[in-house]
Design a protein around this ligand. Sequence first.
Ligand code: C2O
Ligand code: CU
Length: 441
Amino acid sequence: LGVAYQDNVSAAERHHHAAAGGRSVEQLTGPRDETPDARFTLTAAHGRVRLSSGREIDALTFNGRSPGPELRVKAGRLVEVTLVNTDVEEGVTLHWHGVDVPNAEDGVPGVTQEAVEPGGRHVYRFVPDRPGTFWYHTHRGSAQTVRRGLFGALIVEEEKATAGTERTVFTHLWPGADEPVAAFDTADRPEGEAVAAGEPVLLRVVNSSEEPHLLRLGGTPYTVTAIDGNAVRGPAVLRPGTDLLLAAGGRFDVAFTMPDGPVTLSGDVDEIPDSAALVLSPGGDAAPAPASTVARFDPLSYGEATATAVGEAYDKTFDLALDDGFGFAMGRLNYVSSSVNGRLWPAVPMLTVDEGDRVRMRIVNRSLIDHPMHLHGHRVRVLSRNGVPATGSTWWTDTLNVAPGEIYEIDFTADNPGIWMDHCHNFTHASEGMVMHLGYA
Ligand code: C2O
Ligand code: CU
């Protein structure tokens, strides 16, 4: 295609990305001197991973496994993570998806750091500001390296521990060999895990794949308590089997009381209907289930209404049109499935803001495929979809699935100086050029 991978930028190219609010990216770091409250080392290496289907595959691993170790940290406390690359020839970084870290900790090669080559290491330091379900993944050659296993969960906890059982589930599509892709296969996830009836359960579901997943929780009524690590106010009780569309890169926290029968998380992914991700089985006595109130989940209207600013004045407004077809890059016209305003990275102009700006963005998907749009360093608020205003609990998101024909209006505050990627989280689309940057003047 003549288009470089979005995250294979050379060091020199960072200087074409002018804007970081009058500061160099190197100045925009997490606290360097304080003693961290939590320290982790993540070592990237080739390895074998055994999936819950029993199949063994060649994978890329952190600390010998994929998903990598679940990192648990407290909100408001300093965390330090040392990344070591043993033998991943593509190079590795760590991006803290959904956590609004200082720019230099963001893990974007060629923009905020050099990728860590085999034998190298890099230290990240940041203070996660709010509790929630987040994840980490490499950002170099992501269309291959994330899919092959370089990701894991980052759970930011409240100061006080919460009661009950917690499980984190990645709905990951492993690259298939000749057989169909092993939907939802996750290492270390035995079928039929025991959870006592009556026990409160929190499932943290992360979509680490390139496609949106249509999920269903069967066997119990439940609530969606958080979206992309943002708590939902007054979540309604949903019926078992309700459709939950989880964006690529997105997260849902799902809560219920363990009933006296099994609970199953399943979904339709690609051509594979009803792939089971997780089965929880009870022992003991029945627990009374709360009555379901709604049969439909739509984040636009879910939860107790929060006042939304009407007629707010914005400092900057951006329009993004997502297209199929031809796009310009490096002075050439290329056929691609994914472009922004008719252009491909690096020809997509930088979105430039001043610190403190209130920013409104309109995203139109004129293509025939989903585009999960992810802005680094900022969470955004959804104002409307197809002209219908948001009426539920404020829908904060970091990865918004924009389906074919949809028009979203979102807003955010430019409160984190630096140079930030804004891209499609279908990494294949991103590698085709569906990438831009937000920069501070
Ligand atoms: Cu989760 Cu730029 O990525
Ligand atoms: Cu896309």
